[in-house]
Design a protein around this ligand. Structure first.
Ligand SMILES: NC(=O)c1ccc[n+]([C@@H]2O[C@H](COP(=O)([O-])OP(=O)(O)OC[C@H]3O[C@@H](n4cnc5c(N)ncnc54)[C@H](O)[C@@H]3O)[C@@H](O)[C@H]2O)c1
Length: 339
């Protein structure tokens, strides 16, 4: 089997490529290194003794993207990760987000539709905006994501829905990720953001290793048990496995066309303070932290109803919050050894 992974050198894509290569899938990877590093390929090689075929390509560039597809025609599946993903940054630079996330999607979809290639799309729990009922299931309202980033994810879903309605052979699975954390158990790949991380866990581990004086906790009087935001933290290896299940689901489904949405989470919510306490417990390290004001685009609570993916694909998270935090800390120490 030959699978194209866009944004494959990024956090989630790199873990998915490892699982694909371990299953002897031929993997093509497109990435423009906007938020990733070429060394990720070495980390993948250490784990799998193989590398994907890599092309440094910006998906916004339609003519170069078309050339790539002319050279690689017999692709049997596309997993589309390539996008900008920082909620807060997107509120300051909306056009950057709309341009990158939507243009890239359109350019790659063009090929997927012409060649009838099944398409897996990375969406996000941000599409639910400020949900009112928990756990959040796939039928919950998605009308008001709280940021341009969330809007791009929801627009992507809508574009895919329109393609499903228009083309008789179009097959797509939309995965709405909750909050991925942790790293590959080997310590060879993990979340390696360029610049200051926007997500809680890499900021936390960078703080503990000494790169920041303290962890900022955005907001202390949300309507949650301890006043801090609640999220559903899903281990990256579990999340990666959900993509393998999705490919199998797409292949084994008899339907000519498909448009299905699945949440990917653990079904359990943890507050920022829960995360800090769990981290201190599993690592024995102290997390210096300070409360600051709430951050634009953050919602108080988000955790998933995962019944659908469990019953239809047989996928369930195997790891818990502590496992994710332990592996994230191991990875941060590996990064420190490299630098
Ligand atoms: N990490 C999360 O918390 C999270 C949560 C929900 C959804 N998602 C979605 O999952 C996907 C992957 O997220 P991630 O955490 O791995 O992000 P990431 O930034 O680590 O990886 C994205 C990769 O895409 C590449 N890229 C971006 N724009 C590109 C373009 N125009 N052409 C080619 N490559 C491009 C980047 O260089 C990067 O390597 C994204 O679509 C994101 O919106 C992520």
């Amino acid at each position: 089997m030959k699978i194209l992974v866009t944004g494959g050198l990024g956090y989630i894509g790199s873990h998915v490529m490892v699982l694909l290569l371990e299953r002897n899938v031929e993997v093509l990877c497109i990435d423009n290194l906007d938020n990733s590093r070429l060394e990720v390929l070495d980390g993948i090689k250490k784990i799998t003794e193989r590398k994907p075929l890599f092309k440094n390509l910006d998906l916004k560039n339609k003519s170069e993207t078309d050339v790539f597809f002319k050279e690689h025609s017999n692709i049997q599946g596309i997993i589309h990760f390539a996008a900008h993903k920082a909620v807060n940054e997107s509120s300051k630079k909306p056009l950057l987000y709309y341009n990158n996330n939507i243009t890239g999607l359109l350019n790659i979809l063009d090929f997927s539709i012409k060649k009838d290639i099944p398409f897996i799309y990375s969406s996000s729990c941000t599409v639910y905006g400020d949900a009112k009922s928990f756990p959040i299931n796939e039928d919950a309202l998605t009308s008001n994501p709280k940021s341009p980033y969330g809007n791009t994810k929801l627009m992507g879903e809508q574009i895919l829905k329109d393609c499903f309605n228009a083309y008789c052979k179009f097959k797509t699975i939309i995965l709405r990720y909750f909050n991925p954390i942790g790293a590959h158990p080997s310590g060879n790949i993990g979340e390696f953001p360029l610049g200051t991380p926007q997500n809680l866990i890499p900021y936390l581990t960078q703080t503990v290793i000494g790169k920041h004086p303290f962890l900022k906790i955005y907001g202390s009087d949300y309507e949650t048990e301890d006043g801090t935001c609640v999220r559903d933290y899903i281990h990256i290896m579990d999340l990666a496995e959900a993509h393998i299940k999705s490919i199998n689901y797409l292949i084994s489904a008899k339907n000519k066309k498909m448009y299905e949405i699945f949440n990917v989470g653990t079904g359990k919510g943890s507050s920022v303070l829960d995360v800090i306490n769990a981290f201190e417990k599993v690592t024995g390290e102290n997390v210096p932290h300070k409360f600051v004001g709430p951050r634009e685009g953050d919602v108080p609570i988000a955790f998933a109803d995962v019944k659908k993916i469990n019953s239809k694909m047989g996928w369930k998270a195997k790891f818990n919050l502590e496992d994710g935090l332990r592996s994230a800390w191991n990875w941060e120490k590996e990064i420190a050894k490299k630098s």
